[in-house]
Design a protein around this ligand. Structure first.
Ligand SMILES: CSCCC(=O)C(=O)COP(=O)(O)O
Ligand SMILES: [Mg+2]
Length: 230
């Protein structure tokens, strides 16, 4: 069956892992103390967006909250509360022009041309929209959100290494697995998507985690979205 719909991972697929590790994460940790200083701990009646995100946690001070989130960032834990908080903090950096997303040229062109396109990332939907809303295209910042049909994250459908998450996505977009292609740098995510009945390829980019010989032999590998004959 022809592939009619593509679902893209973000980090390591359409932008370099180094952007996340050396720009986004340090920006978040740098601004977090100031963000947390505006919250009264313990949170009893959450009113601001930050307080609402933190309301399910039981922090007693901004210092204990900072230590918790720093430990998650240092270990790249895909925690949904952390991911929502990161989206709020990155908003400052994107709107001031301090952060622009270095989406690969092949990915910018693919997003502009492919008619049925979704994003599935561990980053919150808010963070995904910020990233695609502030893409560095030559020397300009461009907004690619108008080319994207929908977004999925952990709270919406579940973790990316679970096949049930991809089944939920298929149900939500109303497509059969055979007509959908999911692209990711992460073998566990690709395997989960295949288990749910999707087509799924591994995207290899400079700086991505190395793949084993057996992973390379047993998966379809691409290095650029230009290689897709769809
Ligand atoms: C779009 S948010 C920035 C990246 C991020 O925090 C993240 O966890 C990306 O994970 P992905 O699932 O896109 O590899
Ligand atoms: Mg990824």
């Amino acid at each position: 069956m022809t592939i009619t719909t593509v679902i893209l991972d973000i980090e390591g697929t359409v932008c370099p892992i180094t952007f996340v590790k050396t720009t986004l994460f340090p920006y978040f940790l740098d601004k977090l103390p100031e963000t947390l200083s505006q919250v009264t701990f313990p949170i009893t009646s959450p009113t601001t967006s930050i307080e609402k995100i933190l309301a399910s946690s039981s922090f007693t001070s901004s210092q204990s909250a900072f230590a918790h989130f720093k430990q998650l960032v240092d270990n790249d834990v895909k925690d949904p509360v952390l991911k929502s908080l990161q989206g709020e903090v990155w908003q400052l950096g994107y709107s001031s022009g301090e952060i622009k997303a270095p989406v690969y040229r092949d990915s910018i062109e693919f997003i502009r041309r492919f008619p049925s396109l979704f994003i599935y990332s561990s980053g919150s939907i808010g963070a995904q929209k910020l990233l695609f809303g502030h893409v560095l295209d030559e020397d300009k910042s461009v907004d690619l959100n108008g080319f994207i049909n929908g977004y999925f994250d952990i709270p919406a459908v579940g973790y990316k290494f679970e096949s049930s998450s991809y089944t939920k996505i298929l149900n939500e977009i109303g497509k059969a697995g055979e007509e959908v292609l999911f692209l990711s740098d992460n073998i566990a995510e690709v395997d989960a998507a295949i288990k749910a009945g999707m087509n799924s390829y591994v995207v290899v980019r400079e700086g991505n985690a190395p793949l084993s010989e057996s992973d390379i032999a047993s998966h379809t590998i691409i290095h650029s979205l230009d290689e897709l004959k769809i």
